[in-house]
Design a protein around this ligand. Structure first.
Ligand code: NAP
Ligand code: MG
Length: 498
């Protein structure tokens, strides 16, 4: 059965229409009238054409978002109405779940089953969770002791107000979910948004845009401009933008900070990682082996929190490495639409070349390959899941984010050594700890300089659980109540009581 036979009529129709920019509640061509092709990474086919937005389109979108924030009905709307609208969007997404899953698989390469089970329901969840926050964002009152006015008493309180116009720039690894992580809290807080999806995977955001209009959001509240890095840079530099929220590489994260300096807009960043996954000898080793494999191979290793450095207590090192290598060898690789596929292609030629380059660099530096290490001889960007040993902490494969299905396994002797090595990178996003000793698990969680530790599990995400990085893995926390803090300002109000 070919791919095309399995794509639903709705998705085929969606792909056949030219994809435009969503600006001020309308779909419009880019001002240059240019488009770019979107590629299926499983076979190199062009899935469709998308408008090529540039600085002029970003400017138009930002002005629409500014007008909607400053004068539109959105910020005056009752918060319960805002909440209902966000909930309605989640309902519409659920009704279009299969379309989203198919687009995600075609555009990104991930197995359709994974998009159905993870990406789409998690995206729906975050809209529902944040819809609930709309009605619960509130300030506080404070008793104050103003010393220079002994007879006057003050009423002092805070207001939580939306930060304003937000520019949101997202990557290609979880296209719909990243759009949801960004849009849902911004909308719940009352902001207006210009979203720039990744050039590799713009499709699901555009379907989401259609549903935003169906849900009844006022014009200019959500604007979507597809394009490349230059469009992202124009958004970051735009003087009418109050805040930028970015997910992507640490390298571009630095550029975002420079661009945002012009008007000192607020910035939140969710960047890369080189996450340690630590297996102690006293762990349930079968669970740890399966968990270590899924920590790195889920989403083809294209996760900012991928467990790419596997530290194993020396007495069980061979057993764990053999177990993970066996799983790696058995993973079925193929087109995301094939029901047997457990791992699809990497997202692009660029990513394929990058990951293959890292594997070669590891081998050149003296690493041994226990599994994988090769690309597949077929069209598309397929790389075999790879397990390396005999690495050293100075090697590029240990220090740099590979963002592919490549894990380096290293033995350790004691807790102090593994904490030191685990913390020995510029990153600090997440970590895994596998042990039956509760006290060790809590002590390790406290010692690791990371934003999330998973104990006897990995890659557990929930709309209520804050996620973000220490060190160069980012600024701020997405999801949970903390995500609302990213999109609100606190105003203090004082008035004397006569
Ligand atoms: P990236 O360059 O950081 O791209 C992320 C987003 O930023 C995309 O929407 C991108 O647009 C945009 N962008 C690029 N240059 C920009 C600029 N100067 N100003 C504003 N926005 C800009 O990531 P990538 O090139 O797709 O992947 C490179 C590496 O980043 C990966 O190999 C991986 O190591 C890391 N990465 C990390 C995450 C994460 O979740 N932490 C996600 C993806 C990638 P275009 O796509 O149109 O260029
Ligand atoms: Mg890039």
């Amino acid at each position: 059965m070919t791919n095309t036979q399995r794509i639903s009529t709705e998705v085929t129709n969606f792909l056949n229409q030219p994809k435009k920019l969503l600006i001020n509640g309308e779909w419009m061509a880019s001002q240059s009238n240019k488009n770019f092709g979107v590629e299926n990474p499983a076979n190199g086919d062009t899935l469709g054409q998308v408008a090529h937005g540039e600085a002029a389109d970003i400017d138009k979108a930002v002005r629409a978002a500014r007008e909607a924030f400053d004068h539109g009905p959105w910020t005056k709307m009752m918060v319960a109405e805002r909440s209902k609208m966000i909930w309605k969007l989640a309902d519409l997404m659920e009704q279009h779940a299969e379309q989203f899953a198919q687009l995600e698989s075609l555009d990104n390469g991930k197995p359709l089953a994974v998009a159905r089970a993870a990406d789409v329901p998690l995206a729906v969840d975050i809209f529902r969770y944040m819809a609930g926050w709309s009605t619960k964002i509130h300030g506080e009152t404070f008793p104050v002791s103003v010393p220079y006015t002994p007879d006057t008493r003050y009423l002092t309180y805070t207001l939580k107000e939306p930060v304003g116009v937000v520019g949101q720039i997202i990557p290609w690894n979880f296209p719909l979910l990243m759009a949801a992580w960004k849009l849902a809290p911004a909308l719940a807080s009352g902001c207006t948004v210009v979203l720039k999806p990744a050039e590799q995977t713009p499709l699901s955001a555009l379907l989401l845009g259609e549903l935003v209009l169906k849900a009844g959001f006022p014009k200019g509240v959500v604007n979507i401009v597809t394009g490349f890095g230059d469009a992202g840079a124009a958004l970051v530099q735009h003087p009418m933008v109050d805040k930028v929220a970015f997910t992507g590489s640490t390298e571009v994260g630095r550029l975002i900070l420079q661009g945002a300096a012009s008007n000192l807009k607020k910035v939140s960043l969710e960047l890369g990682g080189k996450s340690p996954n630590i297996v102690f000898a006293d762990a349930d080793l079968d669970a740890a082996i399966a968990g270590a494999a899924s920590a790195i191979f889920f989403n083809h290793g294209q996760c900012c929190c991928a467990g790419s450095r596997l530290f194993v207590e020396h007495s069980v090192f061979d057993r764990v490495v053999d177990g993970v290598s066996k799983i790696a060898e058995a993973i079925q690789i193929g087109d995301g639409f094939d029901p047997g596929t457990q791992m699809g292609p990497l997202v692009s030629r660029e990513q394929f070349d990058k990951v293959c380059g890292y594997i070669q660099s590891g081998v050149k530096d003296g690493a041994q390959l226990k599994a994988g290490g090769k690309a597949l001889e077929r069209p598309g960007y397929f790389v075999r899941p790879t397990v390396m040993t005999d690495t050293a902490s100075h090697m590029k494969v240990i220090q740099e984010e590979i963002f592919g299905p490549v894990v380096a396994a290293m033995p350790f002797k004691n807790t102090d050594d593994v904490v030191k090595e685990a913390n020995n990178t510029d990153y600090g996003l997440a970590a895994g700890i596998w042990t039956r000793d509760l006290s060790k698990a809590h002590a390790m969680s406290a010692k690791l300089r990371v934003g999330t530790t998973w104990v006897n599990c990995y890659n557990i995400f929930d709309a209520a659980l804050p996620f973000g990085g220490y060190k160069q893995s980012g600024w701020g926390r997405e999801m949970g109540k903390q995500a609302i803090d990213l999109y609100t300002e606190t105003k203090s109000v004082c008035l004397p009581l006569s």
